[in-house]
Design a protein around this ligand. Structure first.
Ligand code: PMP
Ligand code: GLN
Length: 395
């Protein structure tokens, strides 16, 4: 993707694994369980609100840090959900998706020689965001099957150069939801080393069974040092609208806004207005309860399919991905497996090695997205029924 005119910073970026696998899925007409996006429509009342905003001529630049109605709705939602008082004027910024918020936060907080602690595997945009800031990632390994980590390894990752902890919970791609104890330990490390946390909590509403999502910012001493990043794309199943946000105290919001105003300046106005409506009405419509119930069903449906297709799944507590063990199938790498599955079986998945600094460290797994209609999961099931024999003979 890059060329000889590319600056050294971007030369190694290549093409995102999500774009690559979606392209391959299209090329082979595969059922796309790779790139994480719902293939079912988002809620009608939110779509209607977007159309109404366009028709009301709310089509010019929004306030750079976000439409006032949306920021007010985000503040109210945080208050209702987590009992926190957030000032919409100085503590909330609307961004073009969580991707932009992460990028802005990293540019705002880290620079040359600084270190950013992340749990590996980590979301694919974290590394390029760090590279663009000339900062370095320090990884702490999450180990399957429960994706726990060694507290000593976490403690050793922090030091005088650490500026940021970039934490994702519920976690993509593992489905881990960090526990209160784990968060408390990380909170202590942040305070000990005077580190700012950037908490990527885009799957906050998608948690399963007994798992509870706890925003890092709600732990004692953490509000003052945390930027929480969210994405209405996940909560309202409109990933293409790219309406994200960052919440945090003014001392962290101000530098983030300083970057945001020169990256996108503002996000699309009618979609911001529609997401204000979404947040204003969701609780009364039982939208979150329904979303959670539907995702339980989707997860259970895909789990039965994968387990039955010789692709045993690991437990999942949050987000909308299942990880399957592929180590017994005879493939050299998860990339080789995912290419084979897409081209030969007709189902696309994501190789989790794309979420590792050194892909060789990745356990042999494949990530499947279950934000899909029942028909899509059935369609995948029909094709995946062919996996056991083909894998044995072909690999
Ligand atoms: N963080 C994580 C962990 C994600 O999984 C995603 C997208 N799936 C994002 C950030 C980016 O969100 P957005 O589409 O709002 O930019
Ligand atoms: N976050 C989505 C995933 O994990 C993909 C988003 C993207 O394509 N940038 O699949």
């Amino acid at each position: 993707m890059t060329s000889d005119v590319a600056s050294p910073r971007v030369r190694g970026f290549g093409t995102s694994v999500f774009s690559e696998m979606s392209r391959l899925a299209n090329q082979y007409g595969a059922v796309n369980l790779g790139q994480g996006f719902p293939d079912f429509p988002g809620p009608s009342f939110v779509k209607e609100a977007a159309k109404a905003a366009v028709d009301a001529d709310l089509n010019q630049y929004a306030v750079s840090h976000g439409a006032p109605r949306l920021r007010a709705a985000i503040a109210r939602t945080w208050n209702e959900q987590y009992g926190m008082d957030v000032d919409p004027d100085s503590e909330i910024t609307v961004t073009s998706g969580a991707t932009e918020a992460i990028f802005d936060a990293v540019q705002a907080l880290a620079g040359a020689g600084d270190e950013i602690v992340v749990f590996e595997p980590f979301y694919d945009s974290y590394l390029p965001s760090a590279i663009m800031a000339n900062a370095t990632l320090r990884t702490v390994t999450l180990r399957p099957p429960d994706w726990s980590f060694d507290p000593d390894e976490a403690a050793a990752a922090f030091g005088p150069r650490t500026r940021v902890l970039l934490l994702n919970t519920p976690h993509n791609p593992t489905g881990k939801v960090f526990t209160r104890d784990e968060l408390a330990m990380l909170a202590e490390l942040c305070q000990q080393w005077d580190v700012v946390a950037v908490a990527d909590e885009v799957y906050e509403r998608i948690v399963f069974d007994d798992a509870v999502h706890l925003p890092l910012a709600t732990l004692p001493g953490m509000w003052e040092r945390t930027l929480t990043i969210n994405s209405t794309g996940k909560t309202f199943s409109m990933t293409g609208w790219k309406v994200g946000n960052a919440i945090g105290p003014a001392r962290l919001t101000a530098p983030l806004r300083a970057v945001h105003q020169f990256v996108t300046f503002a996000s699309a106005t009618p979609f911001q207005e529609a997401m204000a409506t979404a947040l204003e009405q969701a609780a009364a419509l039982d939208y979150y309860t329904d979303l959670n119930r539907d995702y339980h069903r989707r997860r259970d449906a895909l789990k039965v399919v994968l387990d039955g297709a010789n692709l045993p799944t690991l437990p999942v507590e949050g987000a909308y991905f299942l990880m399957s063990d592929i180590s017994h199938l005879g493939f050299e790498s998860d990339i080789e497996f995912c290419r084979w599955l897409t081209s030969e079986i007709g189902v696309a998945a994501i190789p989790p090695s794309a979420f590792y600094l050194d892909p060789a460290r990745a356990p042999l797994l494949a990530r499947f997205c279950f934000a899909k209609r029942a028909e899509t999961i059935q369609h995948a099931a029909d094709r995946l029924a062919m996996v056991p024999e083909r894998a044995r003979s072909g690999a």
